[in-house]
Design a protein around this ligand. Structure first.
Ligand SMILES: Cc1cc2ncn([C@H]3O[C@H](COP(=O)(O)O)[C@@H](O)[C@H]3O)c2cc1C
Ligand SMILES: O=C(O)c1cccnc1
Length: 336
C-alpha cells in the first residue's frame, strides 16, 4: 500500500491515527484459552502471546501462515570516525549475500517459513556524519520512512524488521540516548566487536552527536542521529500497526528505531513484542525503557532480524496451540 504521508508532519498524523486491537477477538481468545485441554496457565507466556496476537488480528482463533522478514540496508557517514570493526563496503557485500541466500537471516527466514525481502537504501550515498550535520535531510528521512511503510505486504500476518548497516550500532546508541535519556556511555556498546580504544572513540562520537543535535522530538532525533535503515524500520513498524499486523522486534538497532515511535506516540508499540535480548550491552536497558520482556536470550549480537526471526517459531507455537488444541468438551477430558 502506498504510504499515506508525504512529510514528517503527515507521518505523525498517520502514527496518531493508528488502530488498536479488537476487543471482541481478545475476549473470544481469552474465553477459548480457558477451555483448552491443559491446566489453567500451563502454557505460560504462550497463552498471553496467543491472546495478544488474536486481538491484533481481529480473530479469536487465528493462524500464522504468511510471516514477512524485511531487511533494510543503509550506510553511515559516521563510519569516517572509526566506530566499527568492519569497513562500510561490507554493507553492500552483505546485501549481495542476502540476495544469494547466504546470510544467517536467509536460513532463519526459510526455517520459520517467512518470506524475506531486502531493501538497499541509497548505499552509494551514506548519511551525513552526525558529528558535523544531521544524518538525513527531512526529505531523505521521509523517503526512508515511506520505503519502510511500502515494503510491508498488507497480506502478511507477522512482521520482522531487520537491518544491515556498518556503523549502525553507533547511530542506534545516539538515537537511544536522545530519545530515552541517559548519556552516551549508557548506550554505547561494542557492536561488531570494537576494542577498548574503539569503544572510547565510539562513546565520544555519540556524545558529540548528542551535543550537536539536542532535541526533545524523537522523530527529529531519528532523522539527525539515525540512518535510512533505522527510519525504514520505523516506517515498516508503523505500517504494520496500520494494517493490524503484529511485529516481532529484533535487537539493539531495531529497538532504537522502534523507541522513536514509542516516544512519539503513547502505545505505538503495543502491536510489537521483543523477539530476543541481544548481547549488545545496552539492549536490556532499552527493553526496560520500552517495557518489553524478550522471548529469547541466546547471546546473539548479529542484527539482520535474526533474533526476531527465531522468535517467529515461538509465536507460531503459541498460536498453533491456541487455535489447534481441543477444548475439554470437544475431547471429553474432565476439567478440574
Ligand atoms: C559480516 C557482517 C554481517 C552482519 N550482519 C549484521 N551485522 C550487524 O553489524 C553491524 C553493526 O555493527 P557496527 O556498528 O559495529 O558496525 C550492522 O550491519 C548489523 O546489522 C553484520 C556485521 C558484519 C561485519
Ligand atoms: O543487537 C543487535 O541487533 C546487534 C548487535 C551488534 C551488532 N549488530 C546488531
Amino acid at each position: 500500500m502506498q504510504a499515506p504521508f508525504t512529510s514528517l508532519s503527515t507521518f505523525r498524523d498517520a502514527l496518531a491515527a493508528a488502530p488498536g486491537p479488537d476487543a471482541a477477538a481478545t475476549q473470544g481468545a481469552q474465553d477459548r484459552n480457558g477451555q483448552l485441554t491443559k491446566p489453567p496457565g500451563a502454557l505460560g507466556r504462550l497463552e498471553d502471546l496467543a491472546i495478544w496476537y488474536a486481538g491484533w488480528r481481529g480473530d479469536a482463533q487465528p493462524q500464522i501462515t504468511a510471516p514477512q522478514v524485511i531487511v533494510f540496508a543503509g550506510n553511515h557517514g559516521v563510519c569516517a570516525q572509526g566506530v566499527s570493526a568492519f569497513p562500510s563496503e561490507v554493507t553492500m557485500q552483505m546485501v549481495a549475500n542476502f540476495e544469494h541466500g547466504g546470510a544467517a537471516i536467509n536460513q532463519l527466514s526459510k526455517t520459520f517459513g517467512a518470506k524475506m525481502d531486502v531493501y538497499p537504501l541509497s548505499l552509494d550515498t551514506p548519511t551525513a556524519d552526525f558529528t558535523t550535520a544531521p544524518a538525513m535531510t527531512e526529505e531523505e528521512f521521509t523517503r526512508a520512512l515511506q520505503t519502510g511503510w511500502n515494503a510491508v505486504d498488507p497480506e502478511t500476518d507477522l512482521l520482522v524488521t531487520g537491518e544491515m548497516g556498518i556503523g549502525n550500532t553507533t547511530s542506534a546508541a545516539a538515537v537511544a540516548a536522545a530519545v530515552l535519556g541517559g548519556d552516551a556511555a549508557d548506550w554505547t556498546g561494542r557492536g561488531t566487536g570494537v576494542d577498548d580504544a574503539g569503544l572510547a572513540r565510539k562513546t565520544d562520537v555519540v556524545g558529540r552527536g548528542l551535543a550537536l543535535h539536542a532535541t526533545s522530538d524523537p522523530l527529529e532525533a531519528l532523522r539527525c542521529l539515525g540512518g535510512r535503515e533505522l527510519a525504514a524500520m520505523a516506517g515498516a513498524i508503523a505500517a504494520a500497526r496500520h494494517h493490524r499486523i503484529p511485529v516481532i522486534l529484533d535487537g539493539f538497532i531495531c529497538c532504537a528505531a522502534a523507541a522513536a515511535l514509542h516516544k512519539a506516540v503513547d502505545g505505538a508499540l503495543d502491536h510489537a513484542v521483543a523477539g530476543h535480548l541481544s548481547a549488545e550491552g545496552a539492549h536490556q536497558r532499552m527493553l526496560d525503557a520500552l517495557g518489553k520482556e524478550p522471548l529469547l536470550r541466546l547471546g546473539l549480537r548479529l542484527g539482520e532480524g535474526s533474533g526476531a526471526a527465531l522468535a517467529i517459531g515461538v509465536l507460531k507455537g503459541a498460536v498453533a496451540c491456541h487455535s489447534g488444541m481441543a477444548t475439554f468438551a470437544e475431547a471429553g477430558v474432565s476439567d478440574g
